[in-house]
Every structure is written in structure tokens, then in C-alpha cells.
Design a protein around this ligand. Structure first.
Ligand SMILES: Cc1cc2nc3c(=O)[nH]c(=O)nc-3n(C[C@H](O)[C@H](O)[C@H](O)COP(=O)(O)OP(=O)(O)OC[C@H]3O[C@@H](n4cnc5c(N)ncnc54)[C@H](O)[C@@H]3O)c2cc1C
Length: 248
């Protein structure tokens, strides 16, 4: 970064040494910021565009792939935007036994699932660890290992696939041609363009999502090693995903 462009950087920043969970991906002295709200988020993204920098959202850094930074390469044109400090709001709207949760993507899965459980809501299939961000999980098609029993009916609002299956709407940072700048735009699931934002391997920027959530259930985890793959994958069908219901 040249010192002149640094002078116009719109929010506070620091340089961090990036290292992922397995310590296989690392990079030193990478420009990083922590926007407080969506105005600051957009200001940073538009600054990066004007100054030919590349913006990367970053969560807990638990991914094994070089999605956030190029491993060991020159990352001097990268701006990391860390949402884990300020983009953590959760709001729950219970409708009968199921409901909706609107959450900012810097929230951890642990915090999200804990709040849902207090309202007797919960997903059936989620990644195992709690210290992953919602944004990081959605970006890579994060999923659990749970599948329904044979002939088990799918509960309303439930899904056994990726967490992204439960997305009802999302807010993404997109280019506004008329205004020649990046803006935040909401996409509902019935918008054909929304599918590009459901699993994007970190090449989109999602600030907030609304997910439909079924009634919480106590699930028992048991390990078997005698089930053949054809039997398991036979259960991964479209029927593993409930219809998406827009909040009415
Ligand atoms: C010990 C361990 C166990 C795991 N178990 C499971 C499992 O059971 N099931 C499973 O599916 N996965 C599992 N994972 C993988 C994990 O779900 C992914 O690596 C996930 O992407 C990590 O989230 P993170 O918050 O650490 O994201 P990061 O590693 O920080 O980022 C990952 C990607 O998400 C992008 N991203 C982050 N926030 C946003 C945002 N707001 N908008 C757009 N993109 C964003 C980043 O740019 C990057 O491309 C496991 C990982 C570990 C280390």
C-alpha cells in the first residue's frame, strides 16, 4: 500500500499475521479492519475498489483452503474485513413451533445455536465445531452428518443438507451499475440470483442472512462402520430439504 492511499482508508486498521487452523496457510502483515456497521463496511469495500485492492471477508480462519489469502504469496493488495467483532446481531422470530433467525455473518455458530436453543429451535445438520462463523460456514456449503431415518418425514422448516439450504433471504454487497459503487442488496430465495450467494467459496460478501429453523430436537450421535456408501448417498435426495417459506 502506498502511504497516500493509506491516508484515505475510511476506518481504523491494523496489520495482522494470518494463520489458518491447521497452520498450513499463512501470510504476514496483512491489512485488516473491523467495520462497526454496514456504512463502514461499504466505505471500506468502495475504497478498496477505487484503490485496486482486493477485499476478503474473514471469520475464525478455520478453513483449510487458501480462500482468504494466497498461501505464502504476496498479499499486499488484500484487505481483510473481519466481521467477528461487530457483525454479531441475532434476532429470532418464532412462528408456532418453528421460526426464523436473522443473523449477521460474523456471529459464531455456537452463539447462534445457543440463542436458538433458548427458543426451542435448532438445525438438525450443522458443522461439528461451534467456533466457526455463520458467514464462513455458508460460504463453503458447511453441513452436518445427520440424515433422516428411513421413511422419516421431514419436519416443517427442517433440512438435513448444508446450512445454506435454510437460507430464506440474505444481504450481499453487489455492484450498483447506476451509481458506480458497491451497495448492499437484499435477495430473497425466490430471486434466481440468490443461488449464486448460497455457496460462493468466499467470492461474495454477505453481511446478514435470514434462515428458517425447525423445532429443536434432541439428536443422538452414533457411529457405524458397516453401512455401504450407496445406502448413505441414497438418502441425500431433494427430500432432505424442506420448502422455503418466506416470513408472512
Ligand atoms: C476442526 C474443524 C472441524 C470442522 N468440521 C466441519 C464439519 O463438521 N462440517 C463442515 O461442513 N465443515 C467443517 N469444518 C470446516 C468449516 O466449516 C469451514 O472451514 C468454514 O469455512 C470455517 O469458517 P470460518 O468462520 O473459520 O471461516 P474462515 O476460515 O475465516 O473463512 C472461510 C471462507 O468463508 C469466507 N467468509 C467468511 N465470512 C464471510 C462473509 N461474511 N461473507 C462471505 N464470505 C465469508 C471467507 O472469505 C473464506 O472464503 C471444520 C473445520 C475445522 C477446522
Amino acid at each position: 500500500m502506498t502511504s497516500s492511499s493509506l491516508n484515505t482508508f475510511p476506518v481504523g486498521y491494523e496489520y495482522v499475521n494470518f494463520v489458518n487452523w491447521s497452520k498450513e496457510i499463512s501470510g504476514n502483515h496483512i491489512l485488516t479492519c473491523y467495520p462497526q456497521n454496514t456504512d463502514e463496511l461499504l466505505a471500506v469495500i468502495n475504497w478498496a475498489h477505487e484503490n485496486k485492492y482486493c477485499v476478503r471477508p474473514v471469520g475464525i480462519k478455520h478453513n483449510w483452503s487458501p480462500l482468504v489469502i494466497a498461501n505464502g504469496e504476496d498479499n499486499s493488495n488484500v484487505v481483510l474485513i473481519d466481521l467477528t467483532r461487530k457483525f454479531k446481531n441475532i434476532s429470532i422470530n418464532k412462528v408456532g413451533e418453528h421460526g426464523y433467525v436473522t443473523a449477521q455473518t460474523g456471529v459464531t455458530m455456537q452463539a447462534l445455536l445457543t440463542e436458538l436453543e433458548k427458543k426451542k429451535l435448532g438445525f438438525y445438520a450443522t458443522p461439528a465445531p461451534g467456533d466457526l462463523t455463520l458467514g464462513g460456514v455458508l460460504a463453503i456449503g458447511g453441513h452436518g452428518t445427520c440424515i433422516p431415518a428411513k421413511d422419516e418425514p421431514l419436519a416443517e422448516f427442517a433440512s438435513f443438507g448444508s446450512v445454506s439450504n435454510s437460507v430464506v433471504s440474505l444481504k450481499a454487497v453487489v455492484w450498483d451499475q447506476a451509481r458506480s459503487k458497491y451497495e448492499l442488496k437484499e435477495f430473497t430465495r425466490d430471486n434466481a440470483e440468490s443461488s449464486a450467494f448460497l455457496v460462493h467459496v468466499g467470492r461474495a460478501f454477505i453481511s446478514e442472512v435470514t434462515l428458517q429453523v425447525p423445532r429443536n430436537r434432541r439428536l443422538r450421535c452414533q457411529s457405524y462402520v458397516n453401512v455401504v456408501n450407496a445406502t448413505i448417498f441414497d438418502r441425500f435426495s431433494p427430500f432432505l430439504m424442506s420448502a422455503i417459506h418466506q416470513p408472512g
